[in-house]
Ligand binder design. Structure first.
Ligand SMILES: [Zn+2]
Length: 278
């Protein structure tokens, strides 16, 4: 899971470009709404810059206005496709195709952080759009604020600066010939409690612990296969540990300190039972 870089273009220019590609009556209705949209984009940017998007209250639009605003997104236009393509292109190469809400699947959909159902005016504002996988997107759905309205329920990958401290952990237990591997999150390293609350809400909503637990068998087998039967590693637990930790450091640099795969590899590198299997 890594932060994403927002575009630095002005979202109202993109709204105008999408509006101009519409026929009447959509074009006229959207043009009449433009001052309201401009003002709402300003409110969004103010709260975005302070990382307090939970302060934005929704505004009521007529059913027709709401429909045309949502259609700015749902009806494909070259201008909209260009915005979405530029959001993706703005990210580092190695993150470009991976959903950063989970860190697992391909980001072949776009999530509206503030949902279109309550905030149709932000349907094409790039600060509200995140590349997202087809698994996370429907699970997140309209959810973004937690039951406690002071806390957002989903990590905002533009504005919530992800901690460099560890918060994702994995417990490894060997029982006879079986290994039991379970992820969990915890905050022993003093991550800001408000930020950790958002992380916890995000993990609960997206069901990330279950998703990561489902991946453990594959990762464990891949790591085993890297060392098993290789003469250089037979009876050399210290060498396995050193080599595995090198791979872990590179993994964290690319995918973040709390990427599930790196966290599991690091835990294996520090597990004596594992190191003595070879
Ligand atoms: Zn995802």
């Amino acid at each position: 899971m890594r932060n994403l870089a927002p575009l630095n273009t002005n979202p109202i220019d993109e709204f105008d470009s999408i509006r101009k590609s519409k026929q009447d009556p959509a074009n006229s209705v959207l043009l009449a709404l433009r001052p309201t949209i401009l003002s709402r984009y300003g409110e969004y940017k103010t709260e975005f810059d302070k990382n307090t998007l939970q302060n934005i209250k929704n505004k009521t639009f007529t059913p027709q206005a709401s429909e045309f605003l949502k259609k700015c997104y749902s009806d494909s236009t070259n201008s909209l496709n260009s915005v979405i393509a530029r959001i993706k292109k703005n990210q580092p190469d190695h993150l470009r195709s991976i959903c950063q809400f989970c860190g697992i699947d391909t980001d072949n959909t776009t999530d509206h952080y503030l949902p279109q159902s309550a905030f149709p005016e932000f349907s094409v504002n790039h600060l509200n759009l995140f590349p997202c996988c087809a698994v996370c997107n429907p699970i997140k759905n309209d959810y973004w604020i937690s039951k406690d309205p002071n806390y957002r329920g989903i990590i905002n990958l533009y504005t919530d600066i992800l901690p460099t401290q560890q918060f994702l952990y994995v417990d490894i237990r060997y029982f006879r010939n079986n290994v039991i591997i379970k992820f969990r999150i915890d905050n022993p390293n003093g991550i800001n409690p408000d930020l950790f609350q958002v992380i916890e809400n995000h993990f609960t909503r997206i069901k990330l612990i279950n998703k990561y637990n489902d991946k453990t068998g594959n990762i464990y087998q891949r790591v085993i296969n890297s060392y098993k039967g290789k003469i250089a590693y037979i009876g050399k637990p210290d060498l396995i540990r050193t080599d595995l930790l090198k791979e872990v450091q590179n993994h964290f640099l690319s995918f973040g300190r709390n990427h599930y795969e790196g966290v599991l590899m690091e835990a294996l590198a520090n597990n004596n039972h594992f190191l003595n299997l070879f």
